[in-house]
Design a protein around this ligand. Sequence first.
Ligand code: CA
Length: 260
Amino acid sequence: MLVGVLALQVVLRACRSAEVSLVISDASGSQRFLVTVRAQPRILLVEDEPAIRTSVVAALEDAGYRVVALADGGTLDSELEEFRPDLAVLDVMLPGADGLALARRLRRAGNLPILFLTARDARGDRLAGFDAGGDDYVVKPFDLDELLARVRALLRRAGALESETIEVGDLLVDERAGAARRAGRPLALTPTEWKLLVHLARNRGRTLSKVQLLAHVWGYDAYDPNVVEVHVSGLRRKLEEHGPRLLHTVRGLGYTVREP
Ligand code: CA
């Protein structure tokens, strides 16, 4: 079991923000457990004021992020190495090296988005922040919802969050609205066909096996590849009412959605 846990940690580290499905079999291959895990985006916060640090950490963790919070940049380099953040939130006024200096160090280390926390009316701060490679800022005292909205926008822009609208040719899958259209016409999908389509569209151009689709769409309580075939053909019929084939069978391997 320990080996399994270690393997899972390795997979999650490798996949970062992606969603990971695991299939575990016993020696005879007859028992299968299908597990889907979504790795959380990681955020590094450097803020010296304890009250702000505590409230920002709580808001980010409530929103589902993993957070490492530092009071200054003293251990920044080792945290970068260990924690490998997807985004950094930096206070500008810090003891020792200030937020702008830390941003320049982060920029040299990689390309992660940086959000500055800056003092009210410190206009010079903001301009210098962008020079140092900041991507956005919020002005203190800030609203936590605004901070979360900006974090989310930066992560999405950086590709650490999946976008909510997926286009494959003339197919538009709007995850937020829970609706799909082909050539402008709405598709009437069952809940299972919808889940299948979203997963295939998110992975457009990649071939997904029946087992991967089962794991993702049905979870662990079903194991019958024929179920996948039935729903794929239903989904394909609806997609093809309005245009050429998008959902292809890759013989012996699985299914893929790609532009005609
Ligand atoms: Ca400060």
